[in-house]
Design a protein around this ligand. Sequence first.
Ligand code: ASP
Length: 608
Amino acid sequence: MYRSNTCGELRITDISKEVTLAGWVQTVRKFGAITFVDLRDRYGITQLLFGEELNKQLEENPLGREFVLQATGVVNERSNKNPNISTGDIEINVQSFSILNRSAVPPFTIQDDTDGGDDLRMKYRFLDLRRNAVKKNLELRYAVNRAARNYLHKKGFMDIETPFLIKSTPEGARDFVVPSRMNPGQFYALPQSPQTFKQLLMVSGYDRYYQVVKCFRDEDLRADRQPEFTQIDCEMAFVEQEDILNMFEGMVKSIFKDVKGIDYTEKVHRMTWEDAMWNFGNDKPDIRFDMSLLNLKKPASVYVSKGDRSSLINGTGFKVFDDAETVLAIAVPGCSEYSRKQTDELTEWVKRPQIGMKGLVFIKCNTDGTYKSSVDKFYSEEKLKAIAEAANAKAGDLVLILAGAEERTRKAISELRLEMAERLGLRKKEEFRLLWVLDFPLFEYDEEGNRWVARHHPFTSPKPEQISTMINNNPVIENAAEYLKHPYANIKANAYDMVLNGNEIGGGSIRIYQRELQEKMFAALGMDKEEQQHKFGFLLGAFEYGAPPHGGIAFGFDRLCAILGGSESIRDFIAFPKNNAGRDVMLDAPATIDDKQFDELQIKLDLK
Ligand code: ASP
């Protein structure tokens, strides 16, 4: 027996017991004739006391950091208690010990505030994983996994594995491919998600499916992405959108309860995609705070149903606004007393290349009822007041206005809104606000190919009342500059995203389940019959054998864990993550392979 207890287990009630512990040496402190050793394992740290006798043995066999040590002794009450650790009331008076293994000096200290930089810790990830901070993240990940599984199991979902060596599943990214030795010159693709398999399972009658599953997407890895990541992937048959929304808001609430002890009793707020774009400038708004947008000049995009307020800014000769495609404003609460220095700093902030604006216009809504702005030359106080009121600004608020090309300005104001909320402490880590964003567009315009691509994926169904618009219109875009006028631009999908604190944590749709409509959809995306047959013959075929109505959703498991753990980075919640270049620096992968392997694959490498 290597140990009787763990290093996190013993308490004052265990005094006088003889115990054996095994773990890693965290610190060694020598005080004259006695030595204290902190012994660590997954469960905690226990202090060991080596008296005079054993000290001599220690001198002959000195302990070093991260040595693997086994020690037997008696539990004693500590004279100098440590209230910060759970075993802080006791120590082990060691009677005998054995060094189970030695350790080289670790390249960084294995403690909460380590001296190791990111790269070093990635290279020695197996050591980094010994640290409390990382361990806590993995524990949280496991708790989320368990909570999701428990909920889904209770609801009758079945975990069914699907293959990794498959044919391409289009989810909008590039595939990772794997050459087949037995079929020379042919390649498998790794799944971007189990999408088509879960739909086939519905055809097979497994009406509630789930899987906590790896997905592979060969994307550029900006913005905290990983080439392989995990989804909680789900599908249900005989459901409408409403059933899915209810089932999965239930799942997330259940995760909140089990993992964080949070009772999220209110119904999850819902918003259409158009409203999200109009009011927040993006499709995953953080609704922990308001600061919604004032569209001073209507963006020329698809959300045509909304009015604009350009009369508030027109006719004063202010060229910046007159020439801009879009003018958007937010009212930031309580910031009217910003100094010149502060507004200058904000202007610099929006000019940074990541934001890309040329400048910032502001209106101070002073508490004495006056209005002051950076464009006083062009706008009377009365006009400023009208703009501020339209932006819902109150006395004491600061209205910030951005003008420029549509997409960039929308993104910039979204970022600015988040930044101001951050500065005002409105993005509290422990406050969780869920949101369903509904009615996404079915298609997206691909400028490069001058064609339509599926906004979610090609298996997503259009709103029933818009099926005829899809079927009866030619997908060809005659005039690229006017693609928004094409009837396809306004077709909405039965698709939904779940958003948590400004992050998309899940997305899905009600699927097409009739062969004919699926063929029409593929055709709308520019696929001829032959290509359809080659890529999706199996699915079209399956739809001929009694496919039930179905729909589903997938949650980004890594991201959900990161948010619940209060972190920006999904990497912290993955045991062995890749770096920004998609490399595993510990394994040094990807790597070249042997000539023999190429020979077996009958592949000759000829890099372009
Ligand atoms: N397969 C989709 C995705 O990975 C999710 C879904 O539609 O269920 O985004």
